[in-house]
Design a protein around this ligand. Structure first.
Ligand SMILES: Nc1ncnc2c1ncn2[C@@H]1O[C@H](COP(=O)(O)OP(=O)(O)OP(=O)(O)O)[C@@H](O)[C@H]1O
Length: 314
């Protein structure tokens, strides 16, 4: 757990039984931004504007989609688990920035309220070896979040700056669908390594993904590649793979000049494990579905390694 505090009960006492909830959003202290580290220098060396890293995090990867419901959160959760599985020595975090429809609590089976450090930083909840933070940990599970944009931005600021990430190597950031304020705010404020776009191949989904991709390209966020989700169905008896929607994603990736990173079939085991709060990479680690997510993770890692600027070039 967090290196300042060795166990949760000790922390609970130290924080005078304070638990983070939505009411404390507006009266907490500012994050300590003094430890920006080498990363900023690396990004400046790449000619990127001066964004502020997240304390305790080395590399940040966005997972985004144009349309809702295409499997972005499922991909983000399984990508996080797969990064951990492929590189067990690395520390992986998962940040859910979908304030209106957070999925991480359900998909990671985490329903507690985060504890606070002495300086009012939220301690990520941990399951399956992944540090996790979500707006869903801070609001009632069943209540809708009825907030105006400014409140959402304020909540996002807290999620970005008031979480006590503990030496995270890879932070996977699940985003809301579309290309709204949250994306702009993430792009403006964070040194992002790149974005993984998730789409299904129907024309409607591909069209919105294209618009999202152009936004990322214009704002100089590297596109790591595209995950095509739920295009194929594999027959459990004869293992024949049937394509449901055709080649919309290939057309998109060749138009954008980016990689089609992985094809994830539509599979009931993925839905079931997701709904049970255990990503398929954890629930069925040797399955072909888990292997698909691990292949994706390996490609993301290869991309991240290429992004690194050698120390002697800074
Ligand atoms: N490859 C897949 N096979 C089967 N079911 C899947 C697959 N990918 C996602 N699903 C299911 O599709 C539904 C939507 O997935 P998910 O919540 O990840 O989408 P999303 O794009 O993040 O949605 P939102 O726009 O609400 O954030 C979930 O029930 C999930 O279990």
């Amino acid at each position: 757990m967090h290196n300042m505090i060795k166990n949760r009960s000790q922390l609970f006492v130290l924080s005078k039984c304070s638990r983070w909830n939505v009411n404390t959003f507006y009266d907490c202290q500012k994050t300590d931004n003094s430890k920006l580290g080498n990363r900023q220098a690396q990004l400046m060396a790449r000619g990127l504007p001066k964004q502020k890293p997240i304390t305790g995090v080395k590399q940040i990867i966005l997972v985004a989609s144009g349309k809702g419901g295409v499997g972005k959160s499922t991909t983000a959760v399984n990508l996080s688990a797969a990064l951990k599985s492929v590189e067990p020595n690395k520390i992986v975090g998962l940040l859910d920035t979908d304030v209106y429809g957070p999925s991480v609590p359900l998909m990671m089976n985490l329903h507690e309220t985060p504890l606070l450090t002495r300086d009012n930083m939220m301690i990520p909840l941990v399951n399956y070896g992944l540090q996790c933070m979500s707006m869903g940990f801070l609001v009632d599970d069943r209540s809708p979040v009825i907030w105006r944009g400014l409140m959402v931005m304020s909540a996002l600021e807290k999620l970005l700056r008031q979480v006590a990430w503990d030496a995270v190597d890879y932070l996977v950031v699940d985003t809301p669908p579309g290309t709204g304020d949250t994306h702009l705010s993430l792009i403006q404020n964070l040194p992002l390594e790149g974005v993984v776009l998730v789409t299904t191949p129907q024309a409607a989904a591909v069209e919105v993904t294209r618009r999202g991709a152009v936004m990322f390209q214009r704002l100089k966020v590297p596109i790591i590649g595209v995950v095509q989700n739920m295009n194929t169905v594999v027959c459990p008896k004869c293992h024949h793979s049937l394509s449901l929607y055709g080649h919309g994603t290939e057309a998109l990736t060749s138009e954008l000049g980016v990689d089609l990173l992985q094809d994830i079939p539509m599979d009931p085991a993925i839905t079931e494990t997701t709904d049970q709060g255990k990503p398929i990479v954890v629930a069925l680690p040797n399955s072909s579905q888990a292997e698909a997510y691990k292949t994706l993770a390996r490609k993301v890692i290869t991309f991240l390694k290429k992004q690194e600027v050698p120390e002697n070039k800074i």
